[in-house]
Structures are given as structure tokens and as C-alpha cells.
Design a protein around this ligand. Structure first.
Ligand code: HEC
Length: 421
């Protein structure tokens, strides 16, 4: 009988992190979850309910109950003619499969050795105190990073690059957690909460960087359900129309700031304009449907506004600036940094003026993850004050703009934008 049998405390701590532990996680539920994963991914070779039909696949009923580590590496990385499952498994799947396999498809209790193996393997060293933080994978801080994050994050076979990537890794270290990146394809969209909320509500990661500290970007998303963006390692059978119930989100203390400046073409000569009112005769371009458009419409001098040229948004914009589109462009500093990285012989330079409208950026976190948010707040403040964030920016070849007060979520109103120039 396995019904109602609770896992040992140590195993639970190791599996789910302390706070979530409690209530209702039983071997039953693990086995049930393992059963559904097994029938989807494993049964065609290892037999329905592990009844091996005598084929050449390993008879899982004979797998030693104390060798969780071997189980995990064989299943994750593959073995012999068995494919690897590491890209397909979601956090917690391997433990559920272990419970399913060691209870012989739920037909017997989980052997003590199987539980001990699980607890021993996953336990986080006590003195580090990391077990107190609940994360999607125990002892690991998983951060969702945009594979197409420009100068701020990019995926590489052996890790990643960019300021957001480096800060995420250092944050994990500061929290005494191992670091894992979950790479997704950022799509943006109109509600800045929706994408981050989908990624975290689904359980892909604990944090999402570069989240605006705006009142309009925290709390419950404007719609109850959302879709996942594409991500690296998503199951083959994933349908875009799968709906994710979105949880409310919060945001940590800021670690950088998004600001706009003027990118100047060679045709602007040596000039370094002191603002939109100081362009005198220079032709200005900006990307439509961006904050820059809002700023030009609301706060540029009337004659400049009339002549300024709206361009389609996208990476091609600064390339067109290279070939004489206009003399100056109002654009986010990070976009210029990325362009410069892609084009080391660029003729464009960044002027010293910054538009006063900037947005502080922190990490999005589920609102219910209060302990994690507080720990991240303290760690990020430390990274900022010790100069590490600035060092990471230099290493990534991007301008680092430190956050400016107010450091809590700000309100961005049209009236406030109109007052700035
Ligand atoms: C395409 C067929 C196939 C699928 C699907 C498959 N396996 Fe296997 N599995 C094998 C074969 C073949 C072996 C024997 C590998 C060897 O030792 O060469 C094996 C061996 C194993 C072993 C023993 C590894 C060891 O260390 O000796 C485990 C555990 C295992 N599979 C678990 C799983 C789990 C869990 C799943 C589902 C997530 C799965 N397998 C899906 C074919 C498959």
C-alpha cells in the first residue's frame, strides 16, 4: 500500500524546498506524476507499467533501489541505445519517475533505500542555508533568460553571455544556490507581466531579469491565462495553444536602468546635442511603437516633431542609420550597445545626453515567493554596491546605467512623460 504514505522529511525538503513541503505531497502524488511521464516517454520501450515484454531494453523492475544518481544520469544523458531525456524533462520529473520505478509502477511501497538515495543525492549542504528558499528545482536558482536578449543575454553552447546572464549567475552564487539558465525566445507583447508570469507560473524558472519596476508591470496580469513563449528543450508535443494559468508577479530591487540617448551618424559631425531641443538642423529618426515615439510626440519641440522620421521597429533600424537614414536617432542605450557588438566598425556614436525618462529594471518573481524576493533584493543590492554589476557590464561591452530613485515600482503617466524633455 502506498496511499497516504508521506515521504520522509529529509526527502521532502530535498525535493521541494522547505516552505512548500508541508501539506499534501505524498509518494502517491509523486507516483501519479511519474506514471503520466512514464507512459508518455518511457513505456514504448520499457513496457506498459514496466512489464518488460522481453525486448532488449533494460528491465526497470531490476534497477537497484539505492542508485538514484545512476538513474538520473542515465535518464538525463541517455545510455547505449536509450536516448537522452534531459531536454524534455521538467523540474521534478526525474524524482517522480524515480518514485514510479522504485514502487514498481505503484504496486508496492517505496523502499527505504530508494528514499534515502533521493534525499542523500539532492540534499543541500546545511550550513549554506539554501534549503530555506523554495525554488522550482531544489538547491538551484533557475533563471529564464532571453536567447534573443541582445547585448543583455544570449545563449551559447557552453553557457551564455551578456549582462543579465552574468548578474543572474552571480545572484545564484550570492544566494548559495546552484545556477541554471532556461533559455526562451522573448516575444514581448503589450502586457509586460504576461510573458514573465507564464514562464514562472508554468514552473520553468524562479526569476526573469530585466523586468520594469513599474506599477503597471507587477501584480496580476491583465488576462487570467497566457501562452508560453518558445523555449529551449520544450517537449516535442507542446502546443502553442496550451494555456497557462497566470499567477501575480512582483519585482525585486533594481540592478540596472534602461535609458534613451541620441545615436549620432557621421553626418552630425562633432556635435554632442544637449537634448531634443538642441538638434538644430539635424534630422532625427526614431522607431515607431516604442517609448521613443511617445517621447518625440509628447516632449520634442514642435518643428522637430514635424520633421522627425518614424521608422519600423526592429534590429534593422541602426543598420539603416549607418547608411544615411538620418543624422541622429533617439534610441535605448542597450540597443546601441548590441548594434556596436554586431558591427565593430560602426560609424555611429552615442552622444552623452540621456533622456530623463528611464526605467529601473529588476528581476520578476512570483508574488507568492516573498522569501526569495527578499533574499534577491539584498543580494542584488550587494552586487550593485560592490561594483560587480558595473564590472559585468564592462565585461559584456555595454553601458551600465545604475538604478535611480525611486527604487520601488514607479508610475509612468502620460502627464509625467510630457513634463520631461
Ligand atoms: C527508445 C527506447 C527507450 C525509451 C523511450 C526509454 N528507454 Fe530507457 N533504456 C532503453 C534501452 C535500450 C536501455 C538499455 C541501455 C543500455 O544499457 O545499453 C535503457 C536503459 C534504461 C535504464 C538503465 C540505465 C542504466 O544505468 O543501466 C533506465 C534507468 C532507463 N532506461 C529509464 C528510462 C526512463 C525513465 C525512460 C523515460 C523517461 C526511458 N528509459 C525511456 C531504451 C529506452
Amino acid at each position: 500500500m502506498v496511499r497516504g504514505l508521506l515521504l520522509g522529511l529529509a526527502a521532502l525538503l530535498a525535493l521541494f524546498g522547505a516552505p512548500a513541503m508541508a501539506q499534501d505531497l505524498s509518494v502517491d502524488e509523486l507516483v501519479a506524476k511519474g506514471k503520466s511521464r512514464y507512459s508518455r516517454m518511457c513505456s514504448r520501450c520499457h513496457g506498459a507499467q514496466m512489464r518488460n515484454s522481453g525486448n532488449s531494453s533494460f528491465d526497470l523492475r531490476k534497477f537497484p533501489a539505492e542508485e538514484f544518481g545512476r538513474f538520473r544520469s542515465s535518464v538525463t544523458d541517455g545510455k547505449g541505445r536509450m536516448p537522452s531525456w534531459g531536454d524534455v524533462l521538467r523540474p521534478g520529473d526525474i524524482e517522480a519517475l524515480w518514485a514510479y520505478v522504485t514502487t514498481q509502477a505503484g504496486s508496492r511501497d517505496m523502499p527505504e533505500a530508494a528514499r534515502a538515495a533521493l534525499a542523500g543525492d539532492e540534499a543541500v549542504p546545511e550550513e549554506e542555508g539554501a534549503a530555506a528558499l523554495e525554488t522550482v528545482a531544489p538547491g538551484v536558482l533557475t533563471v529564464c533568460l532571453a536567447r534573443n536578449g541582445g547585448a543583455m543575454s544570449g545563449w551559447r553552447h557552453d553557457g551564455g553571455v551578456g549582462l543579465d546572464y552574468l548578474v543572474s549567475r552571480a545572484l545564484a552564487e550570492a544566494l548559495n544556490l546552484r545556477f541554471a539558465a532556461a533559455w526562451y525566445e522573448a516575444e514581448g507583447g503589450t502586457d509586460p507581466r504576461a510573458e514573465a508570469a507564464a514562464l514562472m507560473s508554468y514552473g520553468l524558472c524562479d526569476l526573469v531579469p530585466a523586468h520594469p519596476l513599474l506599477e503597471s508591470a507587477v501584480g496580476a496580469p491583465s488576462v487570467p491565462f497566457g501562452q508560453m513563449p518558445e523555449w529551449l528543450g520544450q517537449p516535442d508535443q507542446w502546443y502553442r495553444r496550451n494555456r497557462i494559468a497566470l499567477e501575480p508577479i512582483a519585482v525585486t530591487a533594481p540592478y540596472r536602468r534602461a535609458e534613451m540617448g541620441l545615436v549620432l551618424a557621421p553626418s552630425a559631425g562633432e556635435r554632442d546635442p544637449a537634448g531634443l531641443g538642441d538638434l538644430g538642423g539635424l534630422r532625427l529618426a526614431y522607431q515607431g511603437n516604442t517609448l521613443a515615439q511617445l517621447v518625440v510626440r509628447m516632449s520634442a519641440p514642435p518643428d522637430l516633431r514635424a520633421d522627425a522620421q518614424a521608422e519600423p521597429p526592429g534590429a534593422g533600424f541602426l543598420w539603416r542609420m549607418e547608411t544615411g537614414l538620418a543624422d541622429a536617432a533617439l534610441i535605448e542605450v542597450g540597443a546601441y550597445d548590441f548594434h556596436r557588438r554586431q558591427n565593430s566598425v560602426t560609424g555611429l556614436r552615442l552622444g552623452s545626453w540621456r533622456h530623463p525618462l528611464g526605467i529601473n529594471l529588476g528581476f520578476a518573481v512570483l508574488a507568492r515567493q516573498d522569501a526569495l524576493r527578499q533574499a534577491a533584493d539584498a543580494a542584488l543590492t550587494g552586487l550593485l554596491e560592490s561594483g560587480q554589476v558595473a564590472a559585468f557590464a564592462a565585461q559584456s561591452g555595454v553601458h551600465h546605467v545604475p538604478p535611480r530613485p525611486p527604487l520601488g515600482p514607479a508610475t509612468l503617466t502620460m502627464a509625467a512623460i510630457a513634463r520631461l524633455n
